[in-house]
Write a protein that binds this ligand. Sequence first.
Ligand SMILES: Cc1cc2nc3c(=O)[nH]c(=O)nc-3n(C[C@H](O)[C@H](O)[C@H](O)COP(=O)(O)O)c2cc1C
Length: 395
Amino acid sequence: MKPTKIADGVYEVGVIDWNIRDFHGYSTDRGTSYNAYLVIDEQVALIDTVKAPFADQLIANISQVIDPEKIDVVVSNHTEMDHSGALPRIMQRVGEDKPLYCSKMGARNLASHFTNPWNYHPVKEGETLSLGKRSLTFMETRMIHWPDSMFTYLNEDRILFSSDGFGQHYAGFEKFDDQAGADLMEQAKKYYANILLLYAPRILKLIEKVAASGIQIDMICPDHGVIWRKDPGSIIDAYLKWSRQEPEQKAVVVYDTMWKSTETMANAIAEGISSTGVMVKPIHIRSSHRSDIMTDVLDAAAVVMGSPTLNNQMFPTVADVLVYMKGLKPVNKIGGAFGSYGWSGEAVKLVAAELEAMKFRMIEAGPRLQYVPEEAGIAACIEYGKMIGQAVKAG
Ligand SMILES: Cc1cc2nc3c(=O)[nH]c(=O)nc-3n(C[C@H](O)[C@H](O)[C@H](O)COP(=O)(O)O)c2cc1C
């Protein structure tokens, strides 16, 4: 693919992975890209690489701009293999003795992934590397989202190479925010909800720290998806909003069902919520991917989970969503649980206990109906929905 010039002497040379649909369990319905950046000055720097199978494509892209052997410095902002997998091939081409800049944890983690004796140059927070007329400054961003994560800032051009921060799984020839389709922000939100939400407090601190430092950011270049050049402030503002976990007037009713009784209940609860004027989305777990469910959970004020009882347990797919959600640490949520059962009916209590463990504010004991819901049961579900809707409105 033709490299994209993003500023004088600065190129995006990464690759597009059009066909990936499962990215370590995240559903990448729009594919993704692995971005890598070339900064050409008296010294030439390559910032990040790509997933191993795309190494040859990366080398071919770099070669359209400069002979890879002319690269003086390689920077690894993040060890995860979608950005480091091509390092062995790259270092072979660039020269195994060339300095490999990374965080302290990066040097450790890269050594746990690759046995090559590379010339690691672990950087200190704020360390600057002169390339000639321009310079790179390294910012530690530990646990956003791995221990090794860092950002690299090109001072003179005010460009932030933000690794996985501000990224989106978005494949396209459109390389910039002003060229991308209408779903760009939704993809950025999905990325945040599934990869970064659990680090929300750190992200808030980082944004505050960068704002306080007075650093100006004209462009944000993440390692996935499009570059924010027109309005980098829009994605920073979105990160602030998502990190504060300010809920919208919105509820999700997430459920699974074997014979549709729990589904009938879910729809009645959703009807009750909707009647209060709160936006609501019933989500059948096996018709949605957990990463899409999490995207809806991110800004929902209420999460109501429904499960039938199966062999004295909650339904396994409900457990899957609960475990996934718990790991991502959503906060400021109202919780609810409901479900149909046959004889012992443990599921609702088990689901409620999981939501309580996540510190969701639970709204009374949710409806638990035996077998197929009758009129009175459906009415109880509508009432329960109204209670949830009112709680959402009350904040
Ligand atoms: C394989 C199987 C195992 C079940 N195990 C239990 C159980 O242990 N306890 C219980 O109360 N109900 C059990 N049930 C009954 C269901 O919970 C009941 O049929 C319920 O109405 C199903 O709700 P649904 O239509 O939303 O799937 C079981 C049903 C099936 C099919």
